[in-house]
Structures are given as structure tokens and as C-alpha cells.
Design a protein around this ligand. Structure first.
Ligand code: MN
Ligand code: MN
Length: 479
């Protein structure tokens, strides 16, 4: 001990040396509060219009169109280009002042959310009721989907190739659908004592469609027939058309303000449409960025990023070819790789916030908290960082300087305790293509449930973080 510290001195010193996360509400001024509330309003409208990946692409294309973006290869690329893929995946690009060979700034998020997909031969009847069979998509807790209003969204492509887009159960005058649940009085034997994952079976997630029969009881399957008759009258559908359909069962109803103070948003699909919305909104704001600004919206993240429209696909390479052409750089393989290697990215995906009722699954010192701003997650993966993207200290430092420069309230987070579980995002797939990338998204409570919760302050800070990133400047130039 070289000296004695007074209480006041020690307090001053701890202020100087300790890292203390900041509650966004504490530092936001009146203008920011107002902006945050307005942004939340637009976000909620977006959520209501974009409940599936297909609907999200349509909505984003329309918003981009309003901002002067044009489809790649059609029209002026000046204000921006849109590159959709298969109606389920999309890239929006805004050219920068510098050549893409010096790298571009990318925010990548995903459009898909956990849900129940309709099976290909879904219709049946049982004890005088008609049902639709489903196969769940992504990580759901099955019991959360029972005994609640559900809606059906999706597309059926008929044999002649004509597409029928359906949204049933969202209009206040629409009927809704539901999955039945067992009464507590009789659940003891069939479910009691079982593990939660075994107590609820995937094959029992059948959607109740109706109960009015068609004709007399001499008619076979007259409840199912009655449903088909309604669908035929209304949409010209026959049972075979389901074979070539993609119908998704999602929670019915709109996004809602939560809390007496309306500081939170409850909705289906914050994961990951909150980052999707924030990225689009930040990109639209980035008028003439230093570096090209690219927002990528992928599909199939919730099932491991498999397939053509996922982050594991080679879509990004085609996007970069288009980006190079837009900037009059020859889109050779070498130039594509050069651009990818020089590029920086944020993987815009949500992270779990510290759950007040299950704090034991988190390591509190490293868990993200609701209201403490956008969450930067250095590494993902599980137990020993398997399957992780692990961002470098150099890159993290640049992001830190950038966010601090632009007064973005941000925190770090991880997905639960070391041995508690974990999970991945699309970050690792982009990292493998050569981009510097770190996860950066909104903290969520009740994640993957039909009613996920986010803080309006965090939504705002997520948008601010992406805006700061697209704006770029000094810290990112250091690379
Ligand atoms: Mn996600
Ligand atoms: Mn997810």
C-alpha cells in the first residue's frame, strides 16, 4: 500500500476504473424519447404487416421503393438497389463514396421466426371436428402454442402455377384458429411426471378448422368435406393444392404496447424482425455513406440456415457481384473475394435478456438486460464455444469506438451460462466468407414464444447502432 485512500477518493477511482452498463432511459433526452416512441410505432406496424418471411420481403421491397430503391438491373442504382431471392430473402444496397474493393458495411439479419408449418396433406377430421396437421418450424416450446388464437398465413401455388396468398385470422372480422389443450383435471396421467419436451407431442399440434358438417351422416368425412367446400367456394382450392402450398400458422393479433407506461412491445416475431426493421430503417437513413451499405435479410436461420435462401447459401457472392457492377468494378471472382475480405459486418440478431424469474440460467455479470441498449455478443455457440462466431478484439474495439462516438447505448451479452445451453446465429457463415463480423442486436424476453418482449429504448438503440455502423468513419477505417 503506497497510500491511504479516503472514501471519496475511492469512490472517484471506482467511477473511473469500473465498467458500468448504462440504462438507456437514464441518458435519453426528450427528443430521443420522442423519436424512440415514434420508431416503435412504425416498427409495430411493420410487425403486423410482416408475420412471415414472404410478407417481410414484400413489405421491405415496398418501403425500399418509397425510398427510391430500384430492382437490380432495372432503373437508376443511385439511391439504392434491391435484390430479392425467391420471395424469402433480400438484399438492399446503398452505394458508398468509396470503391467496394475497400470493403462495404453489412448488417445481416433474418426474416423467419419459429412457427407451425402446415403439412403437405394436412386435412382430416376426428370426433366430428375438422383439423389441419402441422410440423413445427424452429425452436418452439410446444405448450405455448395451445389454447390461443392462431392465424394462417402463406401461399398456395396451384397446379397451373397461379399463386394464392392467404391471411386468415388477422382481420378483426376474421375467424381465428386454435390448437386444443387438455384440461388440468385429466392431464395428470398422460402428462404428469413427464419431461416438458415429452409431455407435448408434435403430432398433437393440430389446428382446429371447424365443426359444421356437410350433408348427412351417410357422407364420409363430411366435416373435412365441409372445410374443403368452403375453401373451394372462396379460393377455388382442392385438397391436392395443399401439396404445393406453404401455409404457416402464427399467433393471431397485432403487436401491442406492454406496460402501464407503454415502454415495451409485445409481439410475435421480434426474433428477428426487430433487427430486420432496425437495419432497413438505418439503411434508409444512410443517405451518402462513405462505404457501400448493405442490409441482408436471410431466411431459414431458425432451422440452421439451410437451403437456397439462407445465410449458408452463396447468395452473398451474387449480391457482391451486383454491388461491384453498380460501382463499375469488374465482378470477377477475385474482386468478389477482395470485397468480402475487406468488408465489415454486424450480425443483427436478438439475444436473450436476463429473465427476472429464471436468473439462474444466466451468468448475471455477462447477461444482457432489457433497457440497457443494443447488445453486442462477442461469441455465440455453446459449451466450449462450439459452433461459435468469435469476433476479434481488434474488431470489437472498432465497434466500441464507433458506438461511443455516436452515443449509442450498448451492452455486451451472452446466451446463458456456460453449461446452460447456448445457440448460434448467421454470423459464422458470413465470417467464413471473410467478413469481420460480430453479433449485435436487441435483447428479448420470452424469446421464441408467441409473445416476445422488447424495450422501446433498445429498439431505438439498435437502430442507432446500425445507423452509426452504416455511417462508418474513423474507427472502421483503422482496419
Ligand atoms: Mn434470431
Ligand atoms: Mn431465433
Amino acid at each position: 500500500m503506497d497510500r491511504k485512500w479516503t472514501k471519496k477518493e475511492a469512490q472517484e477511482l471506482s467511477k473511473k476504473l469500473f465498467h458500468k452498463p448504462v440504462l438507456a432511459w437514464d441518458v435519453m433526452d426528450r427528443t430521443q424519447l420522442k423519436t424512440a416512441m415514434a420508431l416503435a410505432g412504425s416498427y409495430m406496424e411493420f410487425l403486423d404487416r410482416a408475420k412471415t418471411e414472404r410478407e417481410a420481403v414484400v413489405e421491405l421491397l415496398s418501403l425500399a421503393g418509397e425510398k427510391g430503391f430500384s430492382l437490380a438491373g432495372k432503373g437508376e442504382a443511385g439511391s439504392g438497389i434491391c435484390l430479392p431471392l425467391g420471395n424469402k430473402c433480400l438484399a438492399l444496397f446503398r452505394p458508398g463514396k468509396r470503391s467496394p474493393l475497400e470493403g462495404i458495411n453489412v448488417v445481416a439479419s433474418h426474416l423467419d421466426s419459429p412457427r407451425l408449418d402446415c403439412k403437405q396433406n394436412p386435412l382430416y377430421e376426428c370426433v366430428d371436428l375438422a383439423f389441419l396437421k402441422t410440423h413445427y418450424y424452429g425452436g418452439i416450446r410446444k405448450h405455448q402454442w395451445l389454447a390461443r388464437p392462431l392465424a394462417i398465413h402463406g401461399r398456395i401455388v396451384k397446379k397451373d402455377g397461379t399463386a394464392l396468398d392467404l391471411i386468415l385470422g388477422e382481420d378483426p372480422d376474421d375467424p381465428v384458429f386454435t390448437i386444443l389443450d387438455l384440461l388440468p383435471h385429466l392431464s395428470r396421467k398422460v402428462q404428469g411426471g413427464k419431461k416438458l419436451s415429452d409431455a407435448f407431442e408434435g403430432e398433437k399440434l393440430n389446428v382446429l378448422l371447424g365443426s359444421l358438417p356437410l350433408g348427412t351422416d351417410e357422407v364420409k368425412d363430411r366435416f373435412k368435406l365441409s372445410m374443403l367446400n368452403l375453401l373451394h367456394d372462396r379460393y377455388g382450392l382442392v385438397e391436392g393444392d395443399f401439396l404445393t402450398g406453404e401455409l404457416e400458422v402464427v399467433p393471431a393479433g397485432r403487436a401491442r404496447d406492454v406496460g402501464l407506461d407503454r415502454s415495451l412491445i409485445g409481439a410475435y416475431g421480434h426474433d428477428d424482425r426487430v433487427c430486420v426493421f432496425a437495419a432497413a430503417s438505418a439503411l434508409f437513413e444512410a443517405k451518402k455513406p462513405q462505404y457501400g451499405a448493405l442490409a441482408l435479410f436471410f431466411d431459414k436461420e431458425e432451422i440452421g440456415s439451410e437451403g437456397k435462401t439462407s445465410a449458408k447459401s452463396r447468395f452473398l457472392e451474387s449480391v457482391v457481384e451486383e454491388v461491384l457492377e453498380t460501382s463499375e468494378v469488374e465482378p470477377t471472382g477475385r474482386n468478389v473475394r477482395k470485397c468480402l475480405l475487406a468488408s465489415r459486418a454486424l450480425s443483427g440478431d436478438v439475444n436473450c435478456a436476463l429473465d427476472p424469474d429464471y436468473q439462474e440460467v444466466h451468468e448475471k455479470q455477462n447477461a444482457a438486460r432489457l433497457g440497457y441498449g443494443v447488445c453486442v455478443t462477442k461469441f455465440t455457440g455453446s459449451g466450449g464455444k462450439y459452433g461459435a462466431n468469435d469476433a476479434s478484439a481488434e474488431y470489437l474495439s472498432q465497434i466500441r469506438s464507433l458506438f461511443d462516438r455516436d452515443k449509442v447505448v450498448w451492452q455486451t451479452g451472452e446466451l446463458g451460462k456456460v453449461d446452460a445451453g447456448g445457440g448460434g446465429t448467421i454470423a459464422k457463415f458470413l465470417a467464413a466468407m471473410g467478413l469481420e463480423i460480430v453479433d449485435c442486436g436487441t435483447p428479448v424476453l420470452s424469446m421464441h414464444s408467441p409473445f416476445e418482449i422488447v424495450s422501446k429504448a433498445d429498439v431505438y438503440m439498435t437502430r442507432q447502432a446500425y445507423a452509426s455502423f452504416f455511417k462508418g468513419g474513423k474507427p472502421l477505417d483503422l482496419l
